[in-house]
Write a protein that binds this ligand. Structure first.
Ligand SMILES: [Zn+2]
Length: 471
């Protein structure tokens, strides 16, 4: 047994390890001295943020009173924003073609059933990739039914981001295309063959607790399909759920808004948006997710079949599966289906991307100027769009399109939480909200690329360094 004198020395040593106001176990965590962008558009210099039980107890300027029994962490000179939200991801996709056999069918060498089993059973690598990229919440807007369970499983796991999921997608594309996404036992794509099929899918997903009902593609010239989609929209409203529509042409996007869409998961990319679009978007209070970079991701992924691709992931957050694919991507060139014209596809994308990106960038600027709610979204999991750190390139592209960095902070935090229907809980650093935040070395309001200078992430009050693996 230790003598009292030793205990005293031990107590002094413990006290030096922290900076508690008292030697008792701290009741509060206080982050003191940083410039805080709170997600609402406001900025607090030399902020004092008081955290207890995973929530923000108080936040204010340097004169904010620090309670006794606080562990004070000095973050002077650093920058803090709410944890980032990626409002469009897919846990059933990997960032390579193995998760998208509809695009490049490599199932002879990359077993799709095994992949899906593994993705379902092992979510933690993506969870860590997200958190270490500063993303404390993600919205999976299309996957298998199992994705819906992730909402509650991840919520109480401080090593996971918050998760919202829409579950299986509803589509009118040919069943032969949709079947590429499905396994022998489960579907992530449901073929919409009648209004009743649509209504029963909406009811089932809503009963399972899905956040949103997603329609993949509007086929405007197919009146039978459109009648079924109207039933989906109507049932979604009845169930108190929100309609999410993948609709990338101006005509489709307008029709989606007329159907009551609350979330548009991609940019309008075929032409400049018009006043009617803006009026419909405002009337719906829609959330517009630009996903500017996902198609360039495909281009890079195709090229990776010919030449290994070097990817610069801040803090080495690349998950193991995609790391392995990137190290061996060229072996698949010889395994492409016979009729697959890789060179043609690369040339085609190369010719088309510049003009396509310019339309999306112009539309993003117009949508922003019109005051429509915009959230940051990557479509991570698609080939070439990696889970986690892809959010930096997306924000950089949005900034290049003319969105000020200060507005981007709100789009990547508060507005993402709105898309996920979680704005009561997180997305801003205000009193009573969850203590989900990131600490940066450089000022993100000067250049959104400074989000890459992340050093720490806090989820539910638990602060972690991001420059090394959590386990
Ligand atoms: Zn998507």
């Amino acid at each position: 047994m230790l003598k009292p004198a030793y205990l005293l020395i031990l107590a002094v040593l413990i006290c030096l390890g922290c900076s508690s106001n008292e030697s008792a176990i701290p009741e509060y965590t206080v982050l003191k001295g940083a410039t805080v962008f709170d997600g609402t558009g406001s900025q607090i210099e030399k902020a004092v943020m008081i955290i207890k039980d995973g929530k923000i107890q108080n936040i204010g300027g340097p004169k904010t009173e620090i309670p006794k029994r606080s562990e004070v962490i000095d973050v002077t000179g650093k920058f803090i924003t709410p944890g980032l939200v990626d409002s469009h991801i897919h846990f059933a996709q990997t960032g390579f073609f193995d998760g998208r056999p509809d695009v490049v069918d490599l199932r002879d060498s990359l077993n799709f059933e095994d992949l899906q089993q593994d993705l379902r059973a092992n979510p933690s690598s993506y969870y860590e990739t997200y958190l270490r990229s500063g993303i404390t919440a993600v919205y999976d807007v299309g996957g298998f039914e199992w994705s819906i369970e992730r909402q509650t499983m991840a919520e109480n796991n401080l090593s996971a981001p918050h998760v919202a999921t829409a579950g299986p997608l509803i589509s009118g594309y040919p069943e032969t295309t949709l079947d590429f996404f499905n396994t022998a036992s489960e579907k992530q794509m449901l073929y919409l063959d009648s209004p009743e099929t649509g209504r029963s899918a909406v009811r089932r997903h809503s009963e399972l607790g899905s956040t949103g009902i997603k329609v993949w593609g509007l086929i405007l010239n197919d009146s039978t399909f459109m009648q079924s989609v109207r039933a989906v929209a109507d049932e979604t409203k009845k169930q108190g759920n929100q309609l999410i529509v993948h609709s990338t042409s101006l005509d489709q996007a307008k029709e989606a808004l007329r159907l009551g869409a609350k979330v548009l998961v991609h940019s309008v990319d075929d032409q400049e948006i018009d006043d009617e679009f803006i009026q419909l978007a405002k009337a719906n209070d829609v959330i517009y997710l630009p996903t500017l970079t996902v198609v360039r991701g495909y281009y890079e992924a195709y090229k990776s079949l010919k030449e290994l691709r070097k990817v610069n992931a801040p803090n080495d957050v690349l998950d193991d599966r995609i790391t392995a694919h990137l190290q061996s991507s060229t072996v698949y060139e010889s395994q492409l289906p016979d009729n697959f014209n890789l060179d043609g596809r690369i040339t085609g994308f190369g010719n088309f991307l510049g003009g396509y990106e310019a339309i999306m960038a112009g539309n993003l600027k117009k949508v922003h100027e019109a005051g429509i709610t915009i959230a940051v979204a990557t479509d991570a999991g698609n080939p070439g769009t990696y889970h986690g750190f892809s959010i930096y390139d997306e924000m950089i592209a949005m900034q290049a399109a003319g969105i000020p960095a200060t507005d981007l902070i709100t789009m990547a935090t508060k507005n993402g939480a709105i898309a996920m229907k979680r704005s009561a809980d997180f997305g801003t650093l205000t009193k009573g909200k969850m203590a989900d935040l990131i600490v940066l070395d450089q000022d993100p309001s000067k250049d959104i690329a400074n989000m890459k200078s992340i050093t720490h992430v806090m989820r539910g009050g638990l602060l972690k360094l991001v420059n090394k693996a959590f386990h």
